[in-house]
Design a protein around this ligand. Structure first.
Ligand SMILES: *Cc1c(COP(=O)(O)O)cnc(C)c1O
Length: 393
């Protein structure tokens, strides 16, 4: 199919006209169960009435003023994120990669402002994904994403996932920080052990390093806590979020302690669009829902229900499903046939999921998913398993 779009994506030949809740609809009226939510982006589903109302109201008032002026709705959203997290301050961006860029720059600047400008290197982990800018592909370290794009941005040392000895061995005089996703998303829904995160916190404290968490995919309620690192009972110095906080409106944020952000004085960093009134209106509306009493409980209950159903399907179809992974509503099926085949088989059942590394199929439904929709998913996955099983025989 010829297209005027840069062919950087191998797109599924499927498009949608509108959405409602956990369902997407084609022009012909076909209904798909959306267990991808974009890629963990549409955290409150499609056309959530509170989000639509917030955006519509703001759209008629003010779209943009730049960061040259005060931004009251941004102040409000930042205060709420601060109140709900470890952080003291927030920088708003338009995407996850930009939130990571801010985090990386902040960590380097922190050491420079502390008189240790030689400390600029950041330890990252194999299987990581941090975005597609030059610095974040270097941080992610995936060869396929680096290939052909010239000299790799210097300053990232990648070590084996969940290997403390490797982390300790990688620390040198130039090390500034450790950067990790509490649950690897693109890497195949690989949760970091709570113990491991706690040990990283200790290593950072002992060595004067900053702990940067990439919660772009795992944050904003996805794992059943507002932020996934809460499961480990630790706090980072810097954290990048994006995806879920906008509920489908493009936005991200870099959260930090006062200490970690001490180098980021006026003029050191900037963005034209970050923190614009439309994004702030939607972000505040997302928090209205996610921070409401009982919402995290809902995520945990539906997540548990889904993982129980998946465990049953794994027992019933051991030749198709190898392992269930993840937390809350950030779940992965490690499958035995190619994960792309499973994604396709599910599309045939009118259900959307997302492939990830390690032959995993990601299940990232909107956090508002109901028990009924979990059952709908179970039935579709079961039918896909049956068909794949039959094909194998
Ligand atoms: C999606 C993602 C990013 C990049 O976000 P963009 O908005 O695509 O730039 C970074 N880190 C993680 C963990 C992600 O899942």
């Amino acid at each position: 199919m010829s297209s005027a779009l840069l062919p950087a994506y191998a797109r599924t030949p499927l498009s949608f006209d509108h959405g409602k809740g956990v369902h997407l609809f084609t022009k012909d009226g076909d209904s798909y169960l959306d267990f991808g939510a974009g890629i963990a982006v549409s955290s409150l589903g499609h056309a959530h009435p509170q989000l639509v109302a917030a955006l519509q109201e703001q759209a008629g008032k003010l779209w943009h003023t730049s960061n040259l002026y005060q931004m009251p709705d941004g102040e409000k959203l930042a205060e709420r994120l601060v109140a709900a997290s470890f952080a003291d301050q927030v920088f708003f961006t338009n995407s996850g990669a930009e939130a990571l860029e801010c985090s990386i720059k902040m960590a380097r600047k922190y050491h420079s402002a502390s008189g240790n400008g030689q400390r600029y290197r950041i330890i990252t982990f194999e299987g990581a994904f941090h975005g597609r800018t030059l610095a974040t592909i270097a941080a992610g370290g995936k060869k396929q994403y680096l290939d052909g794009f010239g000299p790799v941005v210097d300053g990232f040392d990648q070590v084996v996932f969940n290997d403390l000895k490797a982390v300790e061995a990688a620390i040198g005089d130039e090390t500034a920080a450790i950067l990790i996703e509490p649950v690897q998303g693109e890497g195949g829904i690989r949760p970091v052990e709570n113990e491991f995160l706690r040990a990283l916190r200790e290593i950072c404290d002992e060595n004067g390093l900053l702990l940067i968490l990439d919660e772009v995919q795992s944050g904003v309620g996805r794992t059943g806590r507002l932020f996934a690192h809460e499961w480990a009972g630790i706090t980072p110095d810097i954290m990048a979020i994006a995806k879920g906080i906008g509920g489908g409106f493009p936005m991200g944020a870099c959260l930090a302690t006062v200490e970690a952000g001490k180098g980021m004085t006026a003029g050191t960093h900037g963005t034209t669009f970050g923190g614009n009134p439309l994004a702030m209106a939607v972000g505040n509306a997302v928090l209205d829902v996610v921070l409401a009493e009982g919402f995290m409980q809902h995520v945990n209950q539906t997540g548990l229900k889904l993982s129980q159903k998946l465990a049953r399907l794994k027992d019933q179809y051991p030749d198709i499903i190898e392992e269930i992974r993840g937390k809350g509503l950030m779940l992965g099926l490690k499958v035995k046939p190619a994960n792309s085949e499973m994604v396709k088989a599910l599309i045939a059942e009118k259900m959307l999921t997302i492939p990830a590394a390690d032959n995993v199929v990601r299940l990232l439904p909107p956090l508002i998913v109901t028990d009924e929709e979990i059952e709908e998913a179970e039935n579709k996955i079961e039918r896909a398993c049956q068909k794949m099983q039959e094909q194998k025989q």
